[in-house]
Design a protein around this ligand. Structure first.
Ligand code: SIN
Length: 277
């Protein structure tokens, strides 16, 4: 098995491993180490059933149920992300960290590509730990104990459920109209590596908990722009059978919507996380 970085800031591609078979202890440990070191890891040319994907995801923690989209009948932990030829919107098309509006947001996510456009539909990733480290001491001190209010409804003018309804192929759960809101530290410490990261994002962070939205906006905008500066990012070009596993505790991602009239179909599993501290 080889691990090769794909960019300076984060991301590594792992080759020489078949994820559909039972992994040896040493391969499993090497994959987990690469996940923590590189924050997002990629594999290509894999053939995974939904059950295989759930088993592989459990290498990183306990697979979870995503509240808003119906899972597959036999593997409810797996949701299908589909942008069909006639869809204008895509799922995940702005910078975010998965389920940051939950009390215990997803630790990580395993995304598996089934159908991809010939060109376009890449996913961008940003290293929120490197972004934190690059801040001045003054800014780090100011962020100190600030908390962000993260809402699943933030940024959806007509509500989240209405926006999701525009994605024809993705079936919402009965809970889709329910909003979630949680307060999390703006600077969180990774429970496994001890590294500090900025933990706020454009999609879900509405304001700081002790300030109004108007007061919070300039600093939220500055920090979100800072996290996604090109030097903190990498970009992954999907091919059928490719897999990405990202660490939501230290990264953000953005699904690029640049393939009008083309189809893109993925299977996604999120992994249960802890309370950000
Ligand atoms: C997501 O935000 O989980 C979807 C990412 C993608 O489809 O590239």
């Amino acid at each position: 098995m080889q691990v090769e970085a794909i960019a300076g800031a984060l991301g590594a591609e792992i080759t020489g491993i078949d994820l559909s078979s039972e992994l040896s202890n040493s391969d499993a440990a090497a994959i987990r180490d690469a996940f923590l070191d590189h924050k997002v890891i990629f594999f290509r040319d894999q053939k995974l059933t939904p059950k295989d994907q759930v088993r592989f995801a459990s290498l990183f923690g306990e697979p979870d149920i995503y509240p808003f989209i119906e899972g597959l009948p036999d593997t409810p932990e797996v949701i299908e992300i589909l942008k069909a030829e006639g869809d204008a919107k895509n799922f995940g098309g702005s910078w975010h960290s998965d389920t940051s509006y939950m009390e215990q947001p997803a630790l990580g996510t395993v995304l598996y590509a089934l159908e991809t456009p010939k060109a376009g539909g890449d996913t961008l990733f940003a290293n929120a730990g490197a972004a934190y480290e690059a801040l001045s001491d003054g800014m780090k001190a100011m962020l100190g104990d600030l908390k962000g209010v993260n809402s699943s409804e933030h940024g959806y003018a007509g509500g989240r459920a209405a926006a999701m309804a525009k994605l024809d192929g993705m079936k919402e759960t009965d809970q889709a109209a329910t909003g979630y809101e949680s307060r999390h530290p703006i600077v969180r410490t990774h429970p496994e590596t001890g590294q500090k990261s900025l933990y706020l994002n454009r999609s879900h962070t509405a304001c700081f908990d002790t300030m109004t939205e108007a007061e919070s906006k300039p600093l939220i905008d500055f920090l979100c722009d800072h996290i996604t500066r090109p030097e903190f990012t990498c970009r992954f070009r999907w091919t059928p059978g490719a897999i990405a596993v990202w660490d939501n505790r230290a990264t953000q991602h953005f699904a690029v919507n640049d393939y009008p009239g083309k189809r893109r179909r993925m299977h996604r599993v999120t992994i249960k996380g802890d309370t950000p501290r």
